[in-house]
Design a protein around this ligand. Structure first.
Ligand SMILES: C=C(O[C@@H]1C=C(C(=O)O)C=C[C@H]1O)C(=O)O
Length: 372
């Protein structure tokens, strides 16, 4: 589809108050869309269906599905738009929020020093007034500015409107191959990725890698991890380890693999149950879909390859693979009446400095404030 027709179809769907999602995967040109045919709120209980899933942080709450058998899909091959500069320095948040957030961080540090809790990811909403939210203009700005992120715009009339540009993959499965990443540790990008990291960041990222490897081990074979490297996400840098494996022949299904990962210590903490309880007891808002996960579930990918066997010249083999591509819903915003909520958080460990953790969340809001 041509870009203008693509955005017109999205707008028509939105005007008709019908569910849709439009998204672009990291480092790809193509923008995809799923247009649901009715306004039913479908859910998936076991992640076995084909469709686009939108799941909350709280793994005991409903996972929403736009099922492919109740939807049309469309795409625009290439998106052209003007890039905005990513400037992390010019935005501030209110001082009331600061006092409350720092207070919670101090409680978290005290609990970590006094219990089994090793890491907890605390977060907060930051509101911006916006009376005339231009959804597709904002989505286009996200697309042109964050090319290495998973950029999306998701709408359901019974849930609401969410947009974001996340640097974090939860899980990618193609055929028998599985990959994921451990992403944590944050510093502001100052023109180079050749930076050094403190022990606090290295340790909190290592927690994530170790957790993923040990939790996946029961479900997969041949698990391997890459070297740790620094990656850029807009105006920020993170530490990342890539993890890959093969699905065992008798693996026990996607739900079990996702449950083994989500929520990882990149968005929840360690041990998982203690960290989740701390979050639910101390954060003063409901995360809903922030730090949940979303993406393509059991999509079909057709692959053709030429073989040049003697006497069978240019024989074309087509195989259809099932692919799943899930991302963690970070650097996102929820559009509310007359305002936009931006959600940001960061990992707290015994070595955290509350003031620096606050500044980290301020920098993270810039990913979205920049666009708005
Ligand atoms: C929780 C967020 O990000 C996560 C936390 C990070 C950290 O603590 O340094 C870094 C990347 C993400 O895994 C967020 O952006 O809201």
């Amino acid at each position: 589809m041509h870009q203008d027709d693509f955005f017109e179809s999205l707008n028509a769907q939105f005007q008709d108050a019908l569910p849709f999602v439009a998204y672009r995967k990291p480092n790809e040109d193509r923008v995809n869309a799923v247009f649901q045919n009715d306004d039913v709120l479908y859910e998936t209980k076991d992640l076995s269906e084909a469709g686009f899933v939108f799941a909350p942080f709280d793994d005991s709450s409903k996972m929403i599905l736009m099922p492919l058998d109740q939807a049309e899909v469309g795409y625009c091959d290439h998106f052209e738009g003007e890039e905005l500069l990513t400037d992390t320095s010019k935005f501030s948040s209110s001082s009331d929020q600061k006092v409350e957030y720092i207070n919670t961080i101090e409680q978290a540090i005290a609990t970590i020093k006094d219990s089994d809790l090793k890491k907890v990811v605390l977060s907060r909403p930051d509101y911006m007034t916006n009376e005339n939210f231009q959804v597709f203009e904002v989505f286009k700005r996200l697309l042109s500015t964050y090319k290495t992120a998973f950029v999306y715009c998701w709408y359901h009339p019974k849930i609401g409107l969410w947009l974001g540009a996340t640097p974090e993959t939860l899980l990618k499965i193609e055929g028998q191959r599985l990959s994921t990443m451990a992403l944590a540790g944050t510093q502001v990008y100052k023109g180079t990725t050749d930076v050094s990291w403190g022990t606090k960041e290295e340790q909190e990222q290592q927690f994530v890698t170790d957790y993923i490897v040990s939790n996946l081990e029961a479900e997969v074979e041949q698990i391997s991890t890459s070297e740790r490297r620094t990656v850029r996400a807009g105006g920020l840098l993170h530490l990342q380890t890539q993890i890959s494996a093969r699905l065992g022949k008798e693996h026990s299904g996607l739900l079990k693999i996702v449950r083994a990962l989500h929520p990882t210590p990149a968005v929840c903490g360690l041990p998982k149950a203690e960290a989740k309880a701390f979050i639910l007891n101390h954060e003063t808002y409901n995360r809903e879909f922030y730090s949940g996960f979303m993406g393509e579930l059991h999509f079909k990918k057709r692959q053709t390859r030429n073989t040049n066997r003697r006497n069978v010249e240019n024989n074309v083999y087509a195989t259809v693979k099932s692919v799943t591509n899930l991302y963690v819903n970070l650097r996102c915003m929820q559009v509310l009446p007359n305002k936009v909520a931006l959600y940001v958080g960061g990992g707290i460990t015994k070595d955290s400095n509350p003031e620096a953790e606050w500044e980290e969340t301020v920098s993270k809001t810039s990913t979205m404030k920049n666009i708005l």
